[in-house]
Design a protein around this ligand. Structure first.
Ligand code: NA7
Length: 543
């Protein structure tokens, strides 16, 4: 078997992989990216379900590393929140402009990676031919790429069609006039249901946990809207630049909930409802830390639900009880309004769970059969660790990441792991990742990593590993930061709670990008404190 030699292998050709590939070339590293899809785009390649769009604003959900490209695109985004095909086209355009495709192996899945201490290289095996040996292995697999269809009895008996939102066919799926069951009401389900309801004969939504949805107020992106958004972003950036900057939940608000009179509070919540989108539950600085403050925000949204949904019984089923913001904040376009349509109904499957799937549809515990032509699984992902475990990466102690992280992910700065030398995890567990505009997190990690790789090149270092104690204290810091807030209280995918048997650990870092930047810059300034450097001929430094 021939072995191909490269300096670096990047896994994934979404926004993380594309930017990493571009910057690795700049370092003069021979680099190849491995991508299981037939095209670039990552999550934006796979998530083609009806209504799929980004929940970060278009003018900031794009790369900033090339200001001219950003400027050029600013007037090209059609809407305030871009639809999936628009974002996929952008990723394709970037790949073409930077001539990245020639170094991407499409339709190729990484099946295993193992470290060889003698050569100080990773051997990366794929399902498409010879292995690749490389000095540096960089995961850009994303946090939400391992889609999950629940293990429900009887699915193979179902005579209709079924789809998962994260693996939706790229061909048109005609739902017109059909009886559709949708399971799941996270961001994907809240986006898809109103669009499906427009043409379906009947849509039945099976809800396990209700959501607090904040309206997106999506609209064509006019120059006025761009100015307003830029102004808001400018104010936030200026505030963060003043430092010392707060953590994620302290970035947006400045005052505390009960500093305001009830009237002022109601008016402020109304203003947030109309403008804040995903930042609603951070409008006040204490919403995510003080249960009483959170309850005030939660109740405001519950009242909105009561006022929008006409049928009181349906409205009651839609009222969440956990603290707002502790599950991923969903922003919607007409989700609650959809329940006023005659062709939509809601089932509370917490109270009356799914018994099984049958040939005709879904049978509930009370014996009722809901017949369907199509079942849509909007049931989410094995978030953050799932995509990494799928790579079957084996470390110096012979343990795979799945084994090493059996009690929860252990990383240093969310980008490196002890026993996994020369492996880097872009937007890995323990970094801000999903609690940010993820393109900002990607650029942050890639830029920081490029500086580190340059340092290694200059010093002739061929092995770098996160020290065990540095990893332990970072992991504790991630948990302690989460424990200052209400986030760990919810059964969310941040906590691994959506996957049976997954350890209950808060995985992303709540520091927020600005605070986190200060922390990783400080590590770099101390010549990468917490990492052990090594070179083949002589030891350079051990931290
Ligand atoms: P999410 O946010 O994980 O939502 C999945 C939904 O599916 C959620 O309502 C789940 O209920 C529900 N679910 C999951 N498993 C089951 C089973 N077994 N039975 C019934 N219902 C189930 O995934 P999305 O794709 O919507 O969004 C993921 C992220 O992508 C999103 O946050 C954005 O960042 C982009 P639960 O709440 O767990 O009770």
């Amino acid at each position: 078997m021939a072995v191909e030699e490269k300096d670096a292998v990047v896994i994934g050709a979404g926004f993380g992989g594309l930017y990493m590939l571009h910057r690795a070339r700049g370092l003069g590293l021979s680099t190849v990216a491995i991508e299981r899809a037939p095209d670039v785009g990552g999550t934006w390649y796979w998530n083609t379900y009806p209504g799929a769009r980004c929940d970060a604003e278009s003018i900031v959900y794009n790369y900033s590393f090339d200001p001219e490209l950003r400027q050029e695109y600013q007037s090209r985004w059609p809407e305030r929140y871009s639809r999936q095909p628009v974002i996929l086209d952008y990723a394709r355009d970037v790949a073409d402009r930077l001539d990245l495709r020639k170094d991407i192996r499409f339709d190729t899945t990484v099946t295993r990676a193992s470290w060889d201490e003698d050569s100080r290289t990773w051997t990366v095996e794929t399902d498409a031919g010879d292995p690749i040996r490389c000095r540096f292995l960089i995961s850009a697999v994303g946090c939400l790429s391992d889609s999950q269809v629940p293990d429900l009895p009887g699915l193979s008996d179902f005579r209709g069609e079924w789809y998962h939102t994260g693996r939706w066919p790229h061909e048109e799926v005609d739902l017109a006039g059909k009886r559709v069951i949708q399971i799941g009401t996270g961001s994907s389900g809240v986006q898809s249901a109103p669009v499906i309801a427009e043409t379906a004969g009947h849509l039945t939504v099976l809800q396990r946990t209700p959501q607090y949805c904040i309206p997106a107020f999506n609209a064509p992106l006019t120059p006025e809207l761009i100015d307003r958004s830029l102004d808001r972003i400018g104010q936030l950036t200026a505030r963060l630049a003043q430092g010392p900057v707060g953590r994620f939940w302290e970035m947006f608000g400045t005052k505390r909930t009960f500093e305001d009179t009830p009237e002022k509070r109601e008016a402020y919540f109304e203003q947030l409802w109309n403008t804040a989108g995903g930042a609603f539950s951070m409008g006040y600085v204490d919403t995510m830390t003080d249960p009483a403050a959170n309850e005030a925000a939660s109740e405001f949204v519950r009242n909105k639900i009561r006022s929008i949904v006409q049928d009181p019984e349906t409205a009651a089923k839609l009222l969440p009880s956990y603290p707002i913001g502790t599950k991923r904040q969903v922003i919607d376009s007409g989700y609650y309004e959809m329940y006023n349509r005659p062709n939509v109904s809601l089932e509370d499957i917490r109270a009356n769970p799914i018994d099984r799937i049958t040939a005709e549809g879904v049978r509930l515990a009370d014996g009722r059969l809901i017949e369907a032509d199509v079942i849509v699984f909007a049931t989410g992902f094995d978030a953050m660790t799932g995509p990494l475990f799928g790579l079957d990466i084996e470390g110096t102690d012979g343990r795979t990441l799945r084994e090493a992280w059996a009690e929860g992910p252990q990383t240093y700065l969310g980008i490196a792991a002890h026993c996994y030398p020369n492996l880097f995890l872009l937007t890995g567990p323990g970094s801000p990742s999903v609690l940010s505009n993820v393109i900002v997190s990607i650029e942050q990690h890639v830029d920081w990593l490029v500086a580190l790789l340059r340092r290694l090149q200059e010093a002739g270092v061929d092995r770098i590993e996160a020290a065990e104690d540095a990893q332990a204290s970072w992991t504790e810091h991630v948990t302690d930061t989460a424990d200052e807030t209400l986030w760990p209280q919810a059964d969310s995918w941040y906590m691994g709670a959506n996957i049976p048997g997954k350890p209950r650990v808060f995985m992303p870092y709540l520091g927020g990008n600005a605070f986190y930047q200060g922390e990783i810059d400080a590590v770099a300034a101390k010549d990468y404190e917490g990492f052990e450097f090594d070179r083949t001929d002589a030891e350079l430094r051990t931290a």
